[in-house]
Design a binder for this molecule. Structure first.
Ligand code: MV4
Length: 665
């Protein structure tokens, strides 16, 4: 076995590989880009080599740097993970040239499977079932039109160099073929530098079923059963499971044996996945072969009890497969959900930013979390926004599914939007519960899966109350006894009002926090709620709203607030706090509502202002308070500058006395 390997990847898969390496006593060396100097995968290994700037092209895709890093650190082998260089024959060859083992298949196998046409010809020669179609040399428009007409519509035009759904065009009638072909060729020429296409009969509602295979250097080959990955959106998998629901034992055996034949046909080595589509009648057809470890490999690990990274390392080190086909059995059912930093309500736009919180459910024999991030890490624009995979298992499909729902509900990500609420909706859909979802499931149910919702008033009340509860908490901890320390009855005998603004998925809300003789109240959408309670050290806000006790978990950032309430998550954009102090609405002197530091000044003496014009900002107790003009007029004095510290009551701005407030112009 190897003593030292290089993990040429990042995020959860780099952490995942490091885990098995450690268990096997293999030293793992990491690589990192400028953007990942403090990333979890960089910290997960004892030694990590800097390989370049943030852009993947200059770091994780830079073969020279990766091979150089392996040589510098004395690594015997390179594990490429998935994505990046995992299916790059040039890396496999560069490894060979440098006496390093590539933990993956031979370069020839990668190349053969990288061309759909080449792959289909090999499979055809081995008697692997293919969808009715054409994958020949002749590419003239007239010839292909004749082929499509013979196959019968609808047909699918696929780019030979494409993969994972890239460069596909459905054609529904003969008259539409020529222009679709032109488009497909143009696209694949520009995307892949190769405009070769193939034509297939288009299957209407296929399921995506793939078989995990392994083959060693002596030609032993086994399959580790199937995964159903039908639940996807734009070829991005969302939910995967093993085994495939409703697959009968004879089809399972047949598909497994077919996949083994496919791997044998190309003299494969290591871990591979043979992807099939299955029609409604249960017929299955070879689609493509992925020559890497896949994202969704954990569901296979959990139903077979095997560690696939361990298998990869053993096979790459020249050992034989750990077991024979007859030793492999399915146990129970497993699901995997991919948690992405993205905003489903905004067309799944990737979300970036700091993860103010990344709290995952506790792991045990039924819940596994493969995460690539920790609280405080940043999701950047440079890489895939997947932040974790949540994997569950159970003795049967239903128990595994219920556990996944539970585990996702307990996953708390704050600071960036995620698809967790969307995933929970997916899990509740009848087609998913019944195991009937096909590859069109997400598209078909998009409206039910994405329900941009306004935050309920209670949530806004809790958000507003949290602003002040956080202050009180901080002061209590410090042992302060100043008026900030008590939330109720704060600043006795003075009524004051703070305004906060939050934006949910729908609209902006103005919330007012009011302190007066009646106690602490919050006004949301014209309605006033009595509110009280306490913020615990662990972030729990135990509150009462109009006498009803409730509890929320709140994470507040300068620009954002995440509330976990009633088993749901609400992300609010938080706008800078706006202070209006009721005492001063009709005076010409604007005074500091609390001690603090001036952080910006937006007006100067002589400026005309209107009620609400921002005058300056004051940072106090780590909150920024924007001080606005209480009424129209002309500013005469701004006594302080940015950086000045002011006492409570200090005059921050003064209006010209003439014309006096309330006087006619
Ligand atoms: C197809 C198909 C229907 N008919 N081929 C998309 C990804 C690629 N690996 C194969 N894909 C498809 N090929 C024929 N002849 C439908 C798809 C397809 C699909 C397949 C698996 C999972 C999701 C999918 C979503 C849309 C289309």
């Amino acid at each position: 076995m190897f003593k030292r390997i290089l993990i040429a990847n990042r995020g959860e898969i780099a952490c995942r590989i490091a885990r098995t390496a450690k268990r096997l006593g293999i030293q793992a060396v990491g690589v990192y880009s400028d953007a990942d100097a403090n990333a979890l995968h960089t910290r997960a290994v004892g030694l990590a080599v800097h390989i370049g700037p943030a852009a993947a092209r200059d770091s994780y895709l830079n073969i020279e740097r990766i091979v150089g890093a392996a040589k510098e650190t004395g690594c015997e082998a390179i594990h490429p993970g998935y994505g990046f260089l995992s299916e790059n024959a040039a890396l496999a060859r560069a490894c060979e040239d440098n006496g390093i083992v590539f933990i993956g298949p031979p370069a020839d196998a990668i190349e053969a499977m990288g061309s759909k046409i080449h792959a289909k010809r090999i499979m055809e020669d081995s008697g692997i079932p293919l969808v009715l179609g054409y994958h020949g040399e002749e590419q003239s428009t007239g010839y292909l039109q004749g082929i499509a007409d013979d196959i019968g519509y609808p047909v699918l035009i696929k780019a030979s160099a494409g993969g994972g759904g890239k460069g596909m065009h459905v054609v529904r009638e003969s008259g539409a073929f020529e222009s679709a072909l032109d488009g497909a060729k143009r696209e694949s020429a520009s995307a892949f530098g190769d405009d070769t296409v193939l034509i297939e009969k288009y299957l209407d509602k296929p399921r995506h079923i793939e078989i995990q295979v392994f083959r060693d250097h002596l030609g032993n080959c086994v399959h580790l059963f199937e995964r159903d990955c039908s639940i996807q959106r734009r070829h991005q998998k969302i939910l995967e499971e093993a085994p495939a629901p409703g697959l009968d034992e004879s089809t399972r055996r047949n598909m497994g044996a077919t996949a083994v034949r496919a791997a044998t046909a190309i003299e494969y080595r290591g871990a591979g996945t043979v992807e099939f589509i299955m029609d409604e009648a249960g017929g299955f057809y070879f689609m493509e072969m992925n020559t890497r470890l896949q994202v969704e490999h954990p569901v296979t690990e959990w139903v077979t009890g095997q560690d696939l990274v361990e298998w990869q390392l053993k096979v790459a080190a020249g050992e034989l497969l750990p077991c024979k086909q007859d030793d492999l059995h399915l146990h129970g059912h497993a699901f995997e959900a991919r948690v992405y930093a993205e905003n489903p309500a905004r067309e799944f736009l990737p979300a970036t930013g700091e993860l103010a919180l990344a709290a995952f459910p506790e792991q045990d024999d039924h819940v596994r979390v493969d995460a690539g991030v920790q609280t405080g890490d940043t999701v950047s624009v440079y890489y895939d926004p997947m932040i974790a995979k949540v994997i569950t298992r159970g003795p049967d499909r239903r128990s595994a599914l219920d556990r996944l729902h539970g585990a996702l509900s307990r996953t708390r990500i704050a600071g960036v939007e995620t698809n967790i609420e969307f995933l929970l909706e997916v899990l509740e859909q009848e087609d998913v519960v019944e195991g009937h979802a096909d590859t069109h499931f997400v598209e078909k149910h998009l409206d039910e899966l994405i329900k941009p919702e306004a935050a309920p008033p209670k949530v806004l009340v809790l958000a507003t109350f949290h602003e002040i509860a956080a202050l009180a908490r901080r002061n209590q901890r410090r042992g302060d006894t100043d008026p900030f320390s008590a939330v109720d009855g704060w600043r006795p005998n003075l009524s004051s009002e703070f305004r906060f603004e939050y934006t949910d998925h729908i609209q902006k809300h103005e919330c007012r926090l009011m302190f007066d003789k009646q106690g602490t109240r919050v006004m949301v959408d014209e309605k006033t709620y009595r509110v009280g309670g306490e913020l615990e050290d662990d972030g729990r806000l135990a509150a009462s709203i109009d006498g009803v006790k409730c509890e929320a978990f709140v994470v507040r950032c300068p620009q954002r607030m995440d509330l976990f309430f009633n088993g749901r998550h609400y992300g609010l954009d938080r706008h800078p706090d706006v202070v209006t102090d009721a005492r001063e609405a009709d005076t010409n002197r604007i005074t500091a509502p609390m001690p603090g530091k001036i952080t910006s000044v937006s007006v100067k003496a002589g400026d005309q202002v209107e009620r609400g014009t921002v005058l300056l900002a004051l940072e106090a107790m780590k909150m920024e308070h924007t001080i606005v003009a209480p009424h129209d007029g002309t500013i005469e004095r701004i006594p302080y500058q940015v950086g000045d510290t002011v006492a409570e009551g200090a005059e921050l701005a003064g209006y010209q006395d003439d014309p006096p407030v309330g006087a006619a112009p």
